[in-house]
Design a protein around this ligand. Structure first.
Ligand SMILES: [Zn+2]
Ligand SMILES: [Zn+2]
Length: 387
């Protein structure tokens, strides 16, 4: 399967254009308009307004299954440091996670499939807003994504620094961890620092809490399971001779297993309610359940593996790779319908900058691989019926 050279050149230009005008989650107005304009120019039916700035393009050709392919379209609140010609023109906003690449690859796939209808069935091209922290996938689902566009399966990709261009990685099982956050308030009793016994010290209670939270992972979660609890913020006090009234902690919880995730939440809540009381301090926690584990359905995993092997060669399709403790809201979609998600290699002759780095720039050499895998997946799952 060949992707037209002229199309590849065009897609690279789209990618640079999207890169130069990055927009934050749920504010992807220009990006959304750009996508709509392109899809319409390919003769694809467009539905807008799902999850605010989300767009669904539908391409139907005969009878056959219905497949969804999703790209995330949002950028990050980071000031771009590189000096490329297509550098961000929006202050403190950049495509540091490569969603410009994902969007362009899906647009290129849509154009290719619209020009070469070598399939029988329906494809929904899902352009999803606000992947970074805000859960745009869930917003689209809440707006009726799967009710208005019922589909047999949904697939997604993310570019992956560390993996060479021309390769992909896909697991039969977890790819990305679940993601929750918490905020803890410790209420003590302020006093003179020289007379701690007259108050209740929320800093001492907080220090004990931070240390003991790690015992949840080391002593109470099975050593054969994986979990992370990181306290990432601690704020308290203003000076050297006063024990303050309050201490505030924030952090995140990650896991690859929904039961482990639940038990970590339960144990953290229990510990915050009880441990600070040993210091005369009251502990309260706001626990926010955010993204589920991104785990691949066994059949959908095979679909990706087989489709990619056909066009890239089996040796370029890595399986059983170590999953990442980062997270992905594609998990909301693959919880609803059969789904799989793969990593697309972006390391060229020089390795890619890491994701979320201020000098990150999506490697355009990976565009061809992305389009090839999507087209192969469609042609494999939606074979053209001979008439
Ligand atoms: Zn990201
Ligand atoms: Zn991302």
């Amino acid at each position: 399967m060949l992707v037209n050279e002229a199309l590849l050149g065009e897609v690279k230009e789209w990618r640079k254009q999207i890169h130069s005008q990055p927009e934050l989650g749920f504010k992807e107005f220009k990006t959304s308009s750009f996508i709509i304009e392109k899809l319409q120019s390919f003769g694809i039916e467009v539905h807008q307004g799902l999850g605010g700035t989300g767009v669904v393009g539908t391409l139907k050709n005969g009878t056959g299954p219905t497949i969804g392919i999703r790209a995330d379209i949002d950028a990050l609140p980071i000031k771009e440091l590189s000096d490329v010609a297509h550098k961000s023109t929006h202050e403190n906003c950049m495509h540091a996670c490569g969603h410009d690449g994902h969007t362009s690859i899906l647009l290129g796939t849509a154009k290719h499939l619209s020009d070469n209808k070598n399939f029988s069935g329906t494809i929904h091209f899902i352009f999803q807003p606000a992947e970074e922290v805000l859960g745009g996938a869930k917003a689209m689902i809440d707006d009726g994504l799967f009710d208005k566009f019922p589909m047999d399966a949904v697939y997604g990709l993310h570019n992956w620094p560390g993996l060479p261009v021309g390769e992909i990685a896909v697991n039969n099982g977890p790819m990305m961890a679940s993601f929750d956050t918490f905020e803890i308030t410790l209420t003590g009793k302020g006093t003179h620092a020289a007379m701690p016994h007259l108050g209740a010290d929320p800093i001492a209670a907080g220090a004990a809490l931070i240390t003991n939270i790690q015992s949840i992972i080391s002593r109470r979660v099975s050593p054969l399971q994986a979990g992370v609890i990181s306290v990432t913020q601690m704020n308290s006090g203003d000076t050297t001779n006063v024990i303050p009234e309050y201490a505030f902690l924030k952090g995140t919880v990650r896991s690859f297993d929904m039961d482990v995730r639940q038990s970590m939440q339960d144990m953290l809540v229990e510990m915050v309610a009880t441990l600070p009381s040993l210091y005369g301090v009251k502990g309260e926690i706001d626990y926010h359940v955010r993204y589920p584990v991104t785990t691949n359905n066994s059949q959908a995993y095979l679909d990706i593996k087989d489709a990619a092997s056909k066009v890239l060669g089996a040796d370029k399709v890595k399986t059983n790779v170590e999953p990442s403790m980062a997270s992905e809201d594609f998990s909301f979609m693959s919880q609803k319908v059969k789904g799989a998600y793969f990593w697309l290699g972006v390391d060229g002759s020089t390795p890619s900058k890491p994701l979320h780095n201020a000098s990150y720039d999506f490697n355009d050499e990976a565009i061809e691989t992305g389009i090839k895998v999507w087209v192969s997946l469609i042609e494999t799952l939606l074979p053209k019926t001979s008439s």
